[in-house]
Design a protein around this ligand. Structure first.
Ligand code: SF4
Ligand code: SF4
Length: 386
């Protein structure tokens, strides 16, 4: 039976983090089950972009410090790695993200090695799906003896939720990620690409930083929510199913998890997951804000509403008053739908991957419902079911 351990942890205080992580791992069988002295252990963090740890957009640097210290006590060599999303002036911003996040400093102070996935070479793997013949993943994932996936608890404006399953998308170096967005434009298809990555990488342990979470329009433009939880599992799908339940969602709300279930990446049924630690069922996070897309559709899983998704869908629009002209969105757009000069989006080309919204560091890409009838419909519908 799949098992997910949930531990309370209210602050990024090193002694508290270490004791709660140790207690969580103990309930999964102890560190000896996963690592041995001399092993190279890769911590695959969430480093979506040049964001500080207090934004809740990335795996917190103190969380990574605590794990590094624990693994060093087990005489392991620790690597910290990821590839950020998007592009600044034609290159992925991973190097900048490593500095801004504080992870480079943590690595230096704790004796860990930074693995910038954009600069470490790749290994070609053959995916089960047919979006591409070969998928290229960062080499350190295959050079390490053990990979620990460290997702962040966040909403996602396009994919609804992002956690352990999606976090391995950063194993694809540099700008190639945008190409996969283009090849698999909807979240369900993208979920199959995530499953391909999991099948190739085989992370042996997943530890979610849910101490601060991101609510609303994640994964970068939402608000910080104090969730106070760390989740542990060897099963990425089970971990996400439990985390989603904490947010008031189930797997049917989250297309990437439906794909993960289809690909048998883990356990997708909440009632077949053993929950241990400080809880015996997923603790609901009060007042947690879901993304607009799901809030609009949530009321009663009304079947008719599913057919109205296209009618109600949101589109990205750039607020030129907030825009700083960095062109991150322009260069990251997989279908070149954003005009560099005017910042207008060509909706005939736009595949609504929401990369631009995800990656704008200035919250200048807004999600709007252009359709006034849709807006009116939503207001009436919400009024009726509230
Ligand atoms: S919308 Fe955001 S990402 Fe795009 S150019 Fe403006 S500031 Fe940069
Ligand atoms: S403009 Fe459309 S296609 Fe381009 S990044 Fe934004 S949402 Fe994706």
């Amino acid at each position: 039976m799949a098992k997910v351990v949930i531990k309370d942890c209210q602050a990024y205080r090193l002694d508290l983090l270490k004791s709660q992580i140790e207690a969580g791992i103990e309930l999964l069988g102890g560190w000896g089950k996963f690592v041995k002295p001399g092993m190279k252990v890769l911590l695959k963090v969430n480093l979506i972009g040049p964001k500080t740890s207090d934004t809740a957009a990335i795996t917190h640097s103190e969380f990574v410090r605590a794990l590094t210290q624990i693994l060093k006590e087990h005489e392991c060599a620790v690597w910290i790695g990821d590839s950020s999303g998007g592009a600044i002036a034609g290159i992925a911003p991973t190097a900048q993200s490593l500095v801004v996040s504080g992870l480079e400093k943590v690595a230096k102070e704790e004796g860990a090695v930074i693995k910038n996935f954009d600069r470490e070479g790749v290994v070609g793997v053959t995916p089960s799906t047919n979006y591409v013949d070969k998928m290229y993943l960062a080499k350190p994932l295959f050079e390490a003896d053990f990979v620990i996936n460290l997702p962040k608890l966040k909403t996602h404006s396009a994919g609804i939720y992002t956690g352990a399953v999606k976090n391995l998308f950063g194993c694809i170096p540099g700008l190639k990620k945008a190409e996969y967005h283009r090849l698999a434009p909807n979240p369900k298809d993208l979920g199959h690409i995530f499953a391909d990555i999991h099948q190739a990488v085989k992370a042996g342990l997943h530890i979610m930083d849910g101490i601060t979470a991101m609510q609303g329009e994640g994964p970068t433009a939402g608000e910080v929510y104090q969730a106070g939880k760390i989740l542990f599992s060897t099963d990425p799908l089970a971990l996400d199913v439990v985390a989603a339940a904490m947010l008031g969602m189930d797997i049917e709300d989250i297309p990437i998890l439906i794909s993960a279930r289809e690909r048998q990446l883990g356990e997708g049924a909440l009632d077949k997951i053993e929950i241990a630690g400080d809880y015996d069922s997923p603790p609901r996070l009060p007042g947690f804000k879901l993304p607009k897309r799901l809030r609009s559709l949530k009321p009663r899983n009304h079947a008719v509403l599913v057919k109205l998704i296209d009618f109600l869908k949101t589109r990205p629009r750039i607020n030129t008053k907030l825009c700083k002209n960095c062109n991150m969105c322009v260069e990251s757009c997989p279908v070149q739908a954003i005009n560099k000069e005017t910042k207008k989006v060509d909706y005939r080309s736009c595949i609504e991957c929401m990369c631009c919204h995800e990656l704008c560091l200035h919250k200048a890409v807004e999600l709007r419902r252009d359709n006034r009838i849709a807006d009116l419909f939503l207001r009436l519908y919400r009024g009726k079911y509230r």
